[in-house]
Design a protein around this ligand. Structure first.
Ligand code: IPE
Ligand code: IPE
Ligand code: MG
Length: 258
């Protein structure tokens, strides 16, 4: 497999590993494909196609750094409302990318998972996803979570339904419901909350991503459009994350080791 790292990438990677706290879970809102294409006088779908290379780069870079989970927001519940042609192009791109990347995922020891309403996805996409998930199930180096037909409100709604069913059947009492119960019924069950959430293209919003899970994530927003996002951008985000003090509601003095 071809190593796409430049000597500068390798230097940054070593420096990050030595000096920075590497997030266990990074979540990314991959935004700006359409504007990237528009700036070049090209149709929006060209931006989506170009964004695949950024996905590859981010996945490999995270695995190299020892990130445990990488969640990519690839298609939101609201994105179904886009023009039919764009939705169709995104679905075919997904099928082709999954097929093309299976070998690389296995070579890199990366497991694929998805979160979102799989029932909404076309049969062909579902089949390809299920196959890729099955064929990467044993991989242990990193988990790649694709958020597809996902939204935070969808996730919370399905969790409330599942919890309600358990209360109705007597498996749970209302008093048993805690924050952990809710986390355990979300699509992200078993996945730690993101430490760092990156959004490309400069928009200062969450766009219905992991609403519950982002409660204490550090946010990093860059103006870079997703198709231009490469290893150095990721390294900048991790450097910024590493300089921050995560207080989780406490005061600084409480965090310092005595
Ligand atoms: C992100 O890029 C990809 C998806 C939401 C599927 P956009 O398509 O949202 O690009 P912009 O934000 O319109 O530039
Ligand atoms: C968020 O981007 C969803 C994904 C990246 C999949 P959008 O482009 O859909 O978000 P808005 O519409 O700008 O909030
Ligand atoms: Mg967008």
């Amino acid at each position: 497999m071809k190593d796409k790292r430049t000597p500068e990438d390798i230097r940054s990677q070593e420096e990050l590993k030595a000096d920075c706290h590497i997030p266990q879970h990074i979540a990314i809102i991959m935004d700006g494909n359409g504007r990237w294409a528009k700036d070049k006088g090209q149709p929006r779908v060209r931006g989506h196609h170009a964004g695949v290379e950024s996905v590859r780069d981010a996945v490999e870079a995270c695995a190299e750094l020892g990130v445990g989970f990488l969640t990519l927001y690839a298609f939101s519940t609201e994105n179904w409302g886009r023009p039919k042609e764009e939705v169709g192009a995104l679905m075919s791109l997904l099928i082709h990318s999954l097929r093309r990347e299976l070998k690389t995922l296995n070579q890199n020891n990366i497991r694929l998972m998805t979160i979102g309403n799989r029932e909404d996805l076309p049969e062909k996409v579902r089949g390809e996803l299920e196959q890729t998930i099955e064929l990467t199930r044993q991989n242990t180096r990193m988990t790649l979570v694709l958020a597809l037909s996902y939204s935070g409100r969808w996730d919370m709604t399905q969790a409330v339904r599942a919890i309600s069913e358990e209360v109705l059947s007597g498996k749970l009492t209302v008093g048993d419901i805690s924050a952990d119960t809710i986390s355990d019924h979300l699509a992200t069950k078993g996945i730690p909350d993101p430490d760092l959430m990156i959004r490309t293209s400069g928009e200062m919003r969450i766009s219905n991503f992991l609403l519950w899970q982002l409660a204490y994530s550090e946010l990093y927003i860059t103006d870079c459009f997703w198709p231009d996002f490469r290893r150095p951008h990721l390294y900048d985000a991790i450097r910024s994350y590493s300089r921050r003090e995560r207080r989780f509601g406490k005061v600084s003095e409480q965090l310092k080791p005595v």
